[in-house]
Design a protein around this ligand. Structure first.
Ligand code: AP5
Ligand code: MG
Length: 187
């Protein structure tokens, strides 16, 4: 089963994705984590990505599409995966749809975590103090929210046509949201 967790920055994709991946025994693929690891290791890809990442902008598809291809081709993701933070653009969605279709598979569920902008900002600001993530600055947070609305939110309509989008109220305790997801996907 392939499940996409979609939502604005700070909406809880990583938190809920981890719980869901453990419960279903599926790998979680997170492009943001892959980029953070590449930046940490100062690989050429990490160095290229950092200029965009730190500003809260999307890393270009020319970099991300190859990464997505490689991740979906991993043996662990043969029968399913939890996708956290991608697809994020129309080109990425096209690649994911096409790659899965070639294997006779498809995205089964899209969980759309719905959180107010005020709460998103509150969460990212508090994480900035705890973890110091380089894109949790006030400027980058504002850019990330705009970029989400412009480039990623349109994917909701793309997938809604297939009837696979479930809107999950993303405000409440982590446990309440986990329960709601369990109810939606039935396991
Ligand atoms: P990415 O790493 O994907 O970050 P994001 O989308 O900005 O989202 P976050 O990771 O900040 O939030 P989240 O939704 O995972 O929530 P979390 O569970 O952490 O991307 C970062 C950057 O990488 C992008 O800006 C871009 O530059 C680049 N990038 C990544 N993927 C890309 C792609 N496909 N294409 C192009 N560029 C790409 O929760 C947030 C906080 O809230 C945490 O502190 C958490 O503990 C807390 N929290 C969680 N749930 C709750 C709750 N119920 N109540 C209270 N607090 C909660
Ligand atoms: Mg995340």
């Amino acid at each position: 089963m392939f499940i996409l967790i979609l939502g604005a920055p700070g909406s809880g994709k990583g938190t809920q994705g981890k719980i869901l991946a453990e419960r279903l025994g599926l790998p979680k693929i997170t492009t943001g984590d892959l980029l953070r690891a590449a930046m940490q290791a100062q690989t050429p890809l990490g160095t290229e990505a950092k200029k965009y990442y730190d500003a809260g902008k999307l890393v270009p598809d020319s970099v991300i599409l190859g990464m997505i291809k490689d991740e979906l081709a991993r043996p662990e993701a043969k029968d399913g995966a939890i996708l956290d933070g991608f697809p994020r653009t129309a080109a990425q969605a096209e690649l994911v749809d096409k790659t899965l279709a070639e294997r006779g598979q498809r995205l089964n569920h899209i969980l759309l975590l719905d959180v107010t902008e005020e709460e998103l900002v509150r969460r990212m600001r508090s994480r900035a103090q705890l973890e110091g993530r380089s894109d949790d600055t006030p400027e980058a947070i504002a850019t990330r929210l705009q970029v989400y609305q412009r480039d990623t939110a349109p994917l909701i309509a793309h997938y809604a046509q297939r009837g696979i989008v479930h809107r999950v109220p993303g405000t409440g305790t982590v446990e309440q949201i986990t329960e709601e997801i369990k109810r939606i996907i039935g396991r």
